[in-house]
Ligand binder design. Sequence first.
Ligand SMILES: Cc1cc2nc3c(=O)[nH]c(=O)nc-3n(C[C@H](O)[C@H](O)[C@H](O)COP(=O)(O)O)c2cc1C
Length: 331
Amino acid sequence: MRIGTLEIATPVLLAPMAAVTDLPFRTIVEEFGVGLTITEFLSADAIIHGDSKTTDKMTASLNGRKFGVQIFGRTDEAMILAAQMAVRIGASLVDINMGCPAKRVVAGACGSALMREPELAQHLVRIVDEAIGPDVFVTVKHRAGWDSSELNAAEFACALVEAGAKMITVHGRTRAQGFTGNSSNEVIRQVREQVPSDVPVVGNGDVTDVESFLRMREETGCDAVMIGRGALGNPWLFRSIKAVSEGKEDPGAPTLEERYDVFKRHISHIIALKPGPKLLHEVRKASAWYAKGHRGCNALRQKVWKTDSPEAVMQVVSDYFEELIGQEHAA
Ligand SMILES: Cc1cc2nc3c(=O)[nH]c(=O)nc-3n(C[C@H](O)[C@H](O)[C@H](O)COP(=O)(O)O)c2cc1C
């Protein structure tokens, strides 16, 4: 897939997720072969006001890997400044969020609210496109529409492309649905059908395994798939999709030893890349992902939340995995 002149080797992207797709997690997912990662959405207004909590989240991927930055807002000055900051840290694309359903975002007429203002949405694409120059690409992520009576995804996407968007990502739910009900592959199919074929359309929503990845590609004709919740604690999904996309055999789920190793690697990335007052919280959160679905994971989660240091979390989770691995070998 190509976004402008940017080549994406594997047709799967990590979805931007607030408080989740930080640099440690993006790094883990990149190690497993994802096509591209994008930062969580960052408020252009907060950036323009120099809010360090927001600017600290605008991080370049390690080792020169390509990445995108996602921003949201609705005023020229803030959007231009935020987009230029993304270019300065080396982003290959600036994605504008036009899909967020959260009340505080929509109350500011940003995120999915922009689907009801297609002319302003086009204007934002144009000014960001101009601000970032020819070597960085403006892209948009949006929803199926505002609600079931305003399903304007295809028309909206075409307007954005006309304004200069070089990739469209569609989450097949409406704003009104939030995260309930199902994501519609039919909406994504319509967007793919109507957007000019040289602009990639990425399908998003409810892909959690190789089967749902293949189904979305087949049912929608999308150029790539974006995965969010299905990637939490499961970076191996990207390894599987990469293999299958290259016509190789799916290596399948990880062994417990692999899971344990990646947990340790993830925690050491958090300690190295995200030090600060929230370190313990971050370490606890990531720990819970890796044990999910395994025997005793609830009890482990409770123990983890009672720890008082990252080292203690490491110890508790290490004991857990070593016991599980021991039991598996004994069986
Ligand atoms: C915790 C969380 C945070 C999210 N934050 C963002 C965000 O910052 N920007 C964005 O475009 N979408 C965000 N989303 C939406 C996801 O990118 C994605 O569109 C949605 O989860 C559907 O995909 P999935 O079924 O693969 O999770 C978020 C979703 C979750 C669950």
